[in-house]
Every structure is written in structure tokens, then in C-alpha cells.
Design a protein around this ligand. Structure first.
Ligand code: PMH
Length: 384
């Protein structure tokens, strides 16, 4: 263990599950298709450095992050693999990316002209050209501007075009009409390319899982690498089972008997209908375990138990089936015995998507990394 931690709440990341998910995707794809492991946002809350390492070991050839800072953090931890920044980078910061060999997403002719002025004379930068085929987020959408960018690439050898890509808005929906329109637009843009870059990629996890023939030679694998389904609508269409790597646990720190009519937590919104046992669990909204979890369930002693009263900043209360010892493990996301609370269950409770859940369990909750059921590393960001 690298660092100790002192609180009774932690996340477990099963790195073998990440390996298994990447390997399943590799087996599913064609031989020439590569995996770009998407580790932005601290690997969707799973731990960027640790996930990046195992994804690369499992066969991913490249990493992707959202912002330059995330790419630099990976480099600072000794990761040498290609890294692509998917989001916008300030033109002024182009030298940083060149020095650290980080590929940037480029998306407008203005950006290219601007960045060229900032780039030091002896430097070159690798870029992926982003085409907006229907997300209306980042990317060139106008054919004229696209051709102008091609012109700049031809004249300015400082930009090395390593990739061309787009992003689908509805790859995880059953209806493929909009997806097909975006694909059509992308192929039109591709026909204007003077030469083929190393990477041509359209696919997020859903695209890789469902339409591998439409993601060209690379898949940007995010959510499926973490073992989560891109959306419940396509769960029945998955070509291989996914293994959920993230689980969240805590322990009872106080156990007491409530008398009928006793109230629980801020606002006294819960009244005990009879004498009952209640436990205090040390995680709250300041950890990303938000107030909307009130009324949801957690696992204690292998049984589903209700979160009663308002979730506080650092704690909440749970109704217990019987008196249980202080220190009893509480599983908020994951398995206990034959019971499981999945990320999808938690997402449904919060009326959101599974992506949002691990991302919002924040730095205050230490991450424990497991390989073959043994702890190989602990990352306690609050003490770093
Ligand atoms: N590529 C880009 C450009 C992305 O923005 C994302 C995820 C991925 C690939 C990976 O997608 P996946 O996790 O579905 O496999 N981006 C986001 C986002 O911006 N909001 O939710 C997911």
C-alpha cells in the first residue's frame, strides 16, 4: 500500500475487470482496428494512471483525455504511449503539447493559423482533425473550411495529421436514423482527404460494440472499458458481457435503536414507524453521494437496507434489519453475497446515466486498486 487512509469509506477498482473488458473488445473488433482508451476525468472516476497502464497492457494502443492538463498528468506519471486530447486546447499552449508529445484535436482554420504563430521554430505537433457531423460540439462542419484546413496542413509541415475523427450523438439508441446521417456526412468529408492519416475513428463504446464496421480503424473506448453499458436501451445488443470495475463501500460507525416516532437527520423528514435499528454511514454529499439518494438502498450484511432521512454532507443513516456491530461493511455500489446494487440501479435512482455516477464520487473518497483480489495500490487524493 502506497498511502494509508483513515476514513471508513473507499472505492475499489478491479483492474482485472478493466483488462477483461479491453481484451473482449479486442477479440470483438477486426484485427486492424485499434483501441484508444478514454481515460478523461480521472478515467471516469476510476483512476487515470492505473487504468491507463492496464488498458495499455491489455492491448490498447493510445489514450484519450479531455484536456491538456490530464495528458500532462499522465506524462508526469511516466506514461509514454500516444495521448490524444479530445477537447479544445488553447492555441497559446501548443508548445507544451509539442514538448510532451501530446496529440491535439484541431477543429477550425482559425485555430490552426493562430497556433502556428505560437509554435516555436524547431517544433512539430501531432493533430487529429475533428469533424462535426451532428453533435454541434467541437469540429469543422463546413466543407470550405475543411479544404482550407487541408491547405494549411499541406503548406505548414509543423502540423502532422495523425488522425481524423468524428463523434456520434445517438450510437447508444435503438433508432439508427441520425447515426446513419452522421456516418454518411463523415464519409463525404473523408473523400476530400488528400491522403489517409494513421487513425480514422468515429466510434465510442456503443459504436464499437454495435457497428464495428462503421468505426474505421480505431475505437475510442470509454464506458465499456469500465464495464458499464452505454445505455440500458442497448443492453440486449451487447456482443459480450461487461464487468463492472467500480464498487463503493463504507462501514457502520454508529448503531442505535430508534423508538417509534423518533426522527432522523436534517429537516426531520423521516419518522420511525416502530422501534427499529439505525446505522450511521460516513459518506455524504461532499463525497458526491448526493441528497437524492434518500429512499434508495445499500447493502448491509448481504441485505438491501433503506437510506432514511436526508443525506448530510459527510454521513447518512440506514435502517438495519437487526442490531449489527459497528464496523459492519456497507456496500453502496457493488456486490455483497448474492445481492448486487449496479451502477445502473444507482443511475436510475438519480434519474441520470451511469457515466455520471463514478465521475461524481470525488477525490475525497480513496481508490483501492485490486489485481487478482489483492490490493496493489491505494490512491488517497486528499493526502497527496
Ligand atoms: N470520444 C469522445 C470524443 C467522447 O467525448 C467520449 C465520451 C468518448 C469517445 C467515449 O465514449 P464512451 O464512454 O461512450 O465509450 N464523452 C462523453 C461526454 O462528453 N459526456 O459523456 C460521455
Amino acid at each position: 500500500m502506497e498511502r494509508e487512509f483513515y476514513r471508513d469509506t473507499w472505492v475499489e477498482i478491479d483492474l482485472d475487470d478493466i483488462t477483461a473488458n479491453v481484451q473482449s473488445m479486442i477479440r470483438h473488433l477486426s484485427k486492424e482496428q485499434q483501441i484508444i482508451a478514454v481515460v478523461k476525468a480521472n478515467a471516469y472516476g476510476h483512476g487515470d494512471v492505473q487504468v491507463a497502464k492496464v488498458a495499455l497492457e491489455a492491448g490498447a494502443s493510445c489514450l484519450a483525455v479531455a484536456i491538456l492538463d490530464e495528458a500532462i498528468a499522465l506524462r508526469n506519471h511516466g506514461i509514454k504511449a500516444p495521448i490524444l486530447v479530445l477537447g479544445a486546447t488553447r492555441a497559446e499552449n501548443i508548445n507544451v503539447s509539442a514538448e510532451k508529445n501530446i496529440s491535439l484535436t484541431v477543429y477550425s482554420s482559425d485555430w490552426l493559423k493562430n497556433a502556428k504563430q505560437y509554435l516555436s521554430a524547431d517544433k512539430k505537433v501531432s493533430v487529429h482533425l475533428k469533424i462535426d457531423t451532428g453533435m454541434s460540439r467541437l469540429g469543422v462542419r463546413d466543407e470550405q473550411e475543411f479544404l482550407e484546413m487541408m491547405d494549411i496542413f499541406e503548406k505548414e509541415e509543423v502540423f502532422q495529421v495523425e488522425g481524423v475523427y468524428t463523434h456520434f450523438a445517438t450510437a447508444d439508441e435503438v433508432d439508427t436514423t441520425y447515426f446513419d446521417q452522421q456516418f454518411e456526412k463523415f464519409t463525404q468529408f473523408l473523400s476530400l482527404l488528400p491522403s489517409q492519416p494513421t487513425y480514422i475513428h468515429t466510434g465510442n463504446s456503443a459504436t464499437g460494440l454495435r457497428f464495428k464496421e462503421k468505426t474505421f480503424n480505431a475505437v475510442r473506448m470509454g464506458i465499456a472499458m469500465y464495464g458499464l453499458t452505454p445505455s440500458p436501451d442497448i443492453r440486449h445488443l451487447l456482443p459480450f458481457p461487461l464487468k463492472e470495475a467500480f464498487s463503493l463501500h463504507s462501514r457502520l460507525v454508529h448503531v442505535k435503536m430508534l423508538k417509534k416516532g423518533d426522527k432522523v437527520s436534517y429537516g426531520a423528514t423521516y419518522t420511525s414507524p416502530q422501534d427499529e435499528w439505525v446505522g450511521t454511514v460516513p459518506i455524504g454529499y461532499a463525497d458526491g453521494w448526493i441528497r437524492k439518494h434518500q429512499g434508495g438502498e445499500v447493502l448491509v450484511d448481504g441485505k438491501r437496507c433503506e437510506i432514511i432521512g436526508r443525506v448530510c454532507m459527510d454521513q447518512f443513516m440506514v435502517r438495519l434489519p437487526s442490531e449489527l456491530p459497528v464496523g459492519t461493511k456497507v456496500t453502496l455500489i457493488g456486490e455483497q453475497g448474492s445481492e448486487k446494487i449496479s451502477m445502473d440501479e444507482v443511475a436510475a435512482r438519480l434519474e441520470t446515466i451511469n457515466y455520471e455516477i463514478p465521475c461524481t464520487i470525488n477525490f475525497r473518497v480513496p481508490r483501492i486498486f485490486l489485481e487478482k483480489q489483492s490490493i496493489i495500490e491505494v490512491r488517497n487524493t486528499i493526502l497527496l
